[in-house]
Design a protein around this ligand. Sequence first.
Ligand code: PEP
Ligand code: MG
Length: 581
Amino acid sequence: MENLPFFKTKSDADIGINLSKIFKGIPSSAGLALGEAVVYNSDPITEANETINPEKIISEIDRFEQAHKYLIEEYKNAIEKTNYQNIISILETNLMIISDHLLKDSVICKIKEGYSVESAINKEFEEKIQYFLRAKDKILRERGYELEHLKERFFDILRNRSILHSIKPNSILVVRSLTTADLINAKEAGLIGIITEVGGIASHLSILARNFNIPAVIGLKYATKYINNGSYIILDGYSGTVILDPDETQLSEFYQKKSKEEAYRLRLGELANVKCETTDKVRIELLTNVDCLEELENSLLNGADGIGLIRTESIIDNPKALYDIESQYKFYRELAQRAYPYTIVIRAFDYGSDKRIEGFPHHETNPALGMRGIKFLLTNPEIFETQIKAVLQASKNKNVKFILPMISSIEELQQSIEIIERCKSELSSNNISFDPNLPLGIMIETPAAVLLADKFAELVDFISIGTNDLTQYTLAVDRNNEYVSNYFNSFHIAILKQIYMVAKAAKSKKKPVSICGELAGYPAATELLIGMGINQLSVAPSILPELKSHILGLSYKSASKLAKKVLKLHSNEEIRKLLKY
Ligand code: PEP
Ligand code: MG
């Protein structure tokens, strides 16, 4: 975690103790924990083709139906227990898989063919699991692991086993994998850390752990074999280190880090009401990217100056809602009201590429270059218009802005403006009120948009640079592909020059420009971005306090000097050395 400067990760050699007790996994949720290991081994089926006598078929179907009902209830309860919309969406996706009647019918059919309930479930899931695990796409592989968790949970229910039986306060769970519903229940039972053998940082489990601030280390192979139940563990979710049965030196080091962490967090909380400006009084607006109402409230509590990006496609994933003005309107209105008097930027749906929506099964061999963002919206005008009307209605209090994703040509913008104007006329003729001057912006995410930034700046009210996609489309590197992840570099000089071009174009037309891609939250980039003339940064809410603390110590004068120096460089290596990222 480069954000916490005092958390230098020691190499194993630095630590200089019994190396057999230190393991390294992937840090997936930041934080420190010291607790007792609860090792939970799944109980795999021994016989994949176990058959039963015909007279047992009815009772096996009954066993399956009971387990199925139990699992559905478990998910419904977990959904009831959580307030976070993004977590609810994750749980609902899992619930949808389990409740699918095709799945249920197919398992029953296999039992009728003479397989035991365990074999039938195994056969049903295994084919799908293998299909997903073979996928090149990391996100799809994560779905494979999720199916595996669900399958194992089915087995546990059938055998009356549960992870929860062993969790008590201060437990660190060591497990091959676990379901999202299990995590929610385990958290209630006092879980303070997670170690898994499989999974990735984009998995639903990791997202949940981060949301709940539960430190987690994932991908620690054979963890359930090496770690004994009841051992004491130090878990460092910043570096991915796990220390088994720590000695006194390691314990005292842990307590020191922990108290620094707590003091640091306390100080960040105190910064909420401090104005974000450089030492030479240049005001930098700090905005947040949010996915749900709770994140919005946390952002404002942490002192955000507004909401810089609401990714509506990650909130609205029910295909029916795409055509439902009323429900969208109510949701956007709630966001706008809770943020008032601060402004929110609602982004039009950016479906396509890795952001798929059910009911639009375009099979595309190259989805990142396919039906995505504005192309999807202009091709599906009913969906686009429904969203525009809902946003307009929610804009009555004039604290809503609307932004279009993936714009690459003037025509796309003009067509969108025509549609927006048509929607306004329709609402007016029905006496429905809205903000007639709803500010309209575009995301700059392609080199084409950068080259046209001058013209765009003339036509829109504000601009936001999406450095995630700008990096993907400039460097021809898939942002989700782990094989090329070391080529995905938002500090690449080609990206930095483009940011500067856009900042200059916006300034010349007196239009505000922000950055809402991940780069905005990298501490190594902050001074440079400010020096290039960016004075709005939109970041994940959890980063905001640290970012503010960092900016309060920077001077605009030296930031400009740094920007001039960096923009003269050609080699990425030189940039890396200068910015120390
Ligand atoms: C971006 O591309 O930088 C961006 C903010 O949009 P998203 O990550 O949602 O594609
Ligand atoms: Mg984008």
